[in-house]
Design a protein. Structure first.
Length: 185
């Protein structure tokens, strides 16, 4: 038997962080974009314990301003793609406003660290969200295109095929066959 699950990555991470911070009696507030604001200083032993306990969940502390900024950019993009008001904004304007840096600076740091552009990363994330919506909802491609702020279904389909090598309808058919096969097994 195979169970298919849906999860909210941001909620899961926030819950894990809260549980581990509270278990160590750390006074904190969770900011946006992967920030934990610790009240006062953090003893090195407690920091190591926290870091070790979070590592098994794939949560790591970032060292270095560039890698931290890149992760914040990625988080901001994910937030933008799920926020109905923000997703209609221009990516460069949204990131510059959210991060308080010029877009050209953010773009240079991102490209240096990831070897891809912010624009390409946005396309990859939009296609990931499209795959998730195709698998987990009964939305039509038109509705998915609208939800992800594509100008048309053709635009979504073109980026989907360029990124995955499959059309959205072929992807859907494969996923349905996979699900039916799992249910029969």
């Amino acid at each position: 038997m195979i169970l298919f699950v849906k999860y909210d990555f941001h909620l899961a991470c926030r819950t894990i962080l809260k549980e581990h911070l509270e278990a160590l009696n750390i006074t904190y507030t969770l900011g946006t974009l992967g920030e934990i604001h610790i009240k006062g200083s953090l003893d090195e032993n407690i920091r190591e314990t926290l870091e070790s306990s979070l590592k098994k969940y794939g949560i790591e502390f970032l060292d270095g301003q560039k890698s931290t900024l890149v992760e914040r950019i990625k988080s901001a993009i994910d937030m933008m793609l799920t926020d109905d008001e923000a997703k209609s904004m221009n990516v460069s304007t949204y990131l510059a406003d959210k991060m308080n840096y010029s877009y050209s600076y953010l773009s240079n740091i991102f490209s240096e660290s990831t070897f891809t552009s912010i624009e390409n990363y946005v396309i990859l994330r939009k296609v990931d969200f499209a795959k998730q919506l195709i698998c987990e909802t009964d939305l039509t491609l038109t509705e998915i295109a609208f939800k992800l702020n594509y100008s048309s279904v053709a635009h979504l389909s073109g980026q989907f095929k360029k990124t995955t090598g499959l059309t959205p309808s072929t992807f859907l058919r494969i996923m349905k066959n996979k699900k039916n096969y799992a249910e029969d097994a």
